[in-house]
Design a protein around this ligand. Structure first.
Ligand code: SF4
Length: 325
């Protein structure tokens, strides 16, 4: 017991002020822990990349635009599908919000932002037009809502799960979760085979189940594809974006996917059991009772190098900054 208390003190000193019992665990934290424990430690210690990639920025802008639209519907500020110009107004709001939240963005990030914003302007008016009146036929309970739901891991240990649900609604009185993903690579067959047991989906459904004290009926999982067209050397940025917009208009079924997956109580119980096991493992690691190691299999990935490669390979922090540091 004394040994454990000493380890806990050491762990706390090293990773203060984070404590999963107080701050909770998010899906991102758990998936990073599964990817590489060193990466997870560096994140917890507050190290962040100075640059943000195109995929993250585009996801952020599309999510913000979708949320602004749904909030207007939820608050009954609009009664019918809005025009392209009105959607572009929401994209503009999303861009302003992004700038507010990313005031220290570096030059590479701003370059990625310009491209991401262009894609978002090409996609979102068509996304609104594609689903027509469907968002109006549901009762939106929450849009972009943070959850913080305590999970009893053992008799003496409770850890909250935290996150942001894109949307919670009822349709035909059935409670459902909506999740939006923006993707450049996406295989609909693999997706439809995995949606009903992906960790993030199940974690968010569990949060809905426990948080609302009501069994959710399932998840509506949406994918918005990033245009894959390459910019020609002879094309201006505006011409390229016009070509992307035309492509989205010509084949919306390629860009916008929606999967509806039902879950039952047994599936949620089984997912909760697995989630508790993972959170417990994470907690034991955090307090120093499970091994810490680097997973070098994850240093290089399909979309590039891990953001912490510099620090791991040569203690180079020039591409990083430390929150509060
Ligand atoms: S560079 Fe490799 S070892 Fe280091 S944090 Fe990233 S994945 Fe882990």
């Amino acid at each position: 017991m004394k040994k454990n208390q000493r380890k806990l003190r050491l762990a706390k000193r090293k990773w203060a002020p984070y404590d999963p019992r107080v701050n909770g665990v998010s899906y991102t934290m758990l998936s990073t822990f599964l990817t590489c424990r060193e990466k997870c430690r560096l994140k917890i210690a507050g190290w962040k990349s100075k640059s943000t990639g195109l995929a993250l920025i585009m996801g952020d802008l599309c999510h913000k635009t979708a949320a602004f639209y749904r909030i207007l519907i939820k608050d009954k500020k609009i009664k019918t599908v809005i025009t392209k110009e009105e959607v572009l107004g929401l994209v503009k709001l999303a861009e302003e919000k992004w700038h507010e939240q990313n005031s220290r963005a570096d030059a590479r990030t701003l370059e990625n932002f310009e491209l991401a914003a262009g894609y978002c302007r090409a996609l979102m008016p068509m996304w609104v037009a594609h689903y027509k009146r469907d968002p109006f036929k549901r009762v939106w309970i929450n849009v972009e809502d943070y959850f913080n739901v305590p999970i009893k891991i053992t008799d003496k240990l409770t850890i909250p799960i935290i996150g942001l649900q894109d949307g919670v609604f009822t349709k035909s009185k059935l409670l459902r979760l909506n999740e939006i993903k923006t993707k450049s690579r996406f295989n609909p067959i693999v997706h439809s085979d995995t949606i009903h047991f992906r960790m993030q989906n199940m974690m968010y459904l569990i949060a809905l189940w426990i948080g609302h004290k009501r069994l959710p009926h399932g998840i509506e999982y949406e994918v918005i594809r990033r245009p894959g067209l390459r910019r020609k050397t002879t094309e201006s940025f505006e011409q390229y974006m016009k070509r992307c917009e035309d492509d989205v208009r010509d084949r919306p079924e390629w860009y916008f996917w929606r999967f509806n997956v039902m879950v039952d109580e047994d599936e949620l119980e089984a997912a909760l059991k697995e989630l508790k096991g993972l959170i417990h493992e994470f907690y034991l690691w955090w307090r120093g009772d499970l091994a810490h190691y680097k997973n070098t299999e994850q240093c290089e990935q399909m979309w590039g190098a891990c953001e912490y490669l510099g620090i791991c390979s040569s203690n180079d922090t020039s591409q990083l900054y430390k929150i509060g540091g």
